[in-house]
Write a protein that binds this ligand. Structure first.
Ligand code: CAA
Length: 259
């Protein structure tokens, strides 16, 4: 697929993806969502990557939400279809087998906050702002915000942010547990890459299984403990485990192959 709204750059096995609609504060229109879908369902699984960094173009916004101008006027059916498509795409991000880190460079509002929350970790520039302002528009979040915000910051604070549409700064987002790290503006992509480099020194099968089993905690009808038992068994029969255990006893660094 030719991407028109995403800029892709692969650096040392890390894919840097920049949502590139700066004039619209990188709002997620249909084309951008289609490109994200293709990226996470077709492109990323085919590449051999250490991880993916997601960021927004320009200094002002990560993503300022779904593109309001595009979806105004949708009726119930159209709105449900839009939300379902968004859920499917953001689940694809969340289920990616290599770490996906959001480098939040500015406003992460509505669908932008939801996209950041679908990533496995979040590094925020000190200038970043987070919020779910949908009630200002008379709607509710449609890309998972009512569910994932609770997972990160708990029901009480999530309820407040969702009901008041208040924006929080990076420091508060960090205090609440929504973001992993806050760094000076301009350093967020580098910091996100460094996090991925750290995970790339570990067993790749184990990294993928961690993502799967942590996600299992939140999956309806799934027993996360049972998933852990299964995944633990699977990792113990890998070449990676043989290598990791040998390296430990031989007091050297492991050389994992991801099998
Ligand atoms: N959709 C479409 N266009 C957007 C946009 C969005 N979500 N956010 C910003 N833009 C556009 C503006 O319309 C403006 O375009 P024009 O120059 O053509 O008028 C441009 O980006 C710059 O924005 P502002 O002039 O508004 O910039 P500002 O500095 O004054 O304000 C802001 C910045 C506070 C982020 C403000 O733009 C804003 O409130 N944006 C909307 C945020 C929002 O409500 N997001 C939720 C969207 S709904 C959603 O996401 C639902 C869901 O869960 C699926």
């Amino acid at each position: 697929m030719d991407y028109s709204n995403l800029l892709l750059a692969e650096e040392d096995g890390i894919l840097i993806v920049t949502i590139n609609r700066e004039k619209a504060l990188n709002a997620l229109n249909t084309q951008t969502m289609l490109e994200l879908k293709h990226l996470f369902t077709e492109d990323v699984p085919r590449r051999s990557l250490k991880g993916v960094v997601l960021t927004g173009a320009g200094p002002k916004a990560f993503v300022a939400g779904a593109d309001i101008k595009e979806f105004m006027g949708l009726g119930d059916q159209g709105g449900q279809e839009m939300a379902q498509r968004g859920h499917d795409i953001f689940f694809a991000v969340e289920r990616c087998s290599v770490p996906v880190v959001a480098a939040v460079n500015g406003f992460a509002l509505g669908g932008g906050c939801e996209l950041a929350m679908a990533c496995h970790m979040r590094v925020a520039a000190a200038s970043a702002r987070f919020g779910q302002p949908e009630v200002n528009l008379g709607i509710i979040p449609g890309y998972g915000g009512t569910q994932r915000l609770i997972q990160y910051i708990g029901k009480s604070k999530a309820m407040e942010l969702l009901l008041t549409a208040d924006m929080i700064d990076a420091k508060e987002a960090h205090r609440l547990g929504l973001v992993n790290h806050v760094v000076p503006a301009g350093e967020e992509v580098g910091h996100a890459k460094a996090l991925i480099e750290k995970t790339a020194t570990k067993g790749p099968v184990a990294i993928a299984k961690i993502i799967e089993t942590v996600n299992a905690y939140f999956a309806e009808g799934t027993d996360g403990f049972a998933e852990e038992v299964k995944a633990f068994g699977e990792t113990t029969r890998t070449e990676d485990f043989k290598e990791g255990a040998s390296a430990f006893t031989e007091k050297r660094k492991p050389n994992f192959k991801g099998s």
